[in-house]
Design a protein around this ligand. Structure first.
Ligand SMILES: [Zn+2]
Length: 58
């Protein structure tokens, strides 16, 4: 792995995980929709209000 490749991966971690490897959620409290990597499916909280009461939205 080259140095340039390593730098690019550090600068854009969100794009790396926002593709097919992410899962959609909807907040029950404020109805906000957001996505998280599948490996973070436990302890997911709403980014807007911080509520842990979220439902999977595909
Ligand atoms: Zn919320």
């Amino acid at each position: 792995m080259g140095v340039l490749t390593a730098v690019v991966n550090v600068l854009s971690p969100d794009e790396e995980t926002a593709g097919d490897d992410s899962f959609g959620y909807r907040c029950v409290d404020c109805d906000a929709e957001f996505r998280r990597p599948k490996r973070q499916m436990t302890r997911v909280r709403c980014p807007d209000c911080g509520s842990p009461d979220v439902r999977s939205a595909g």
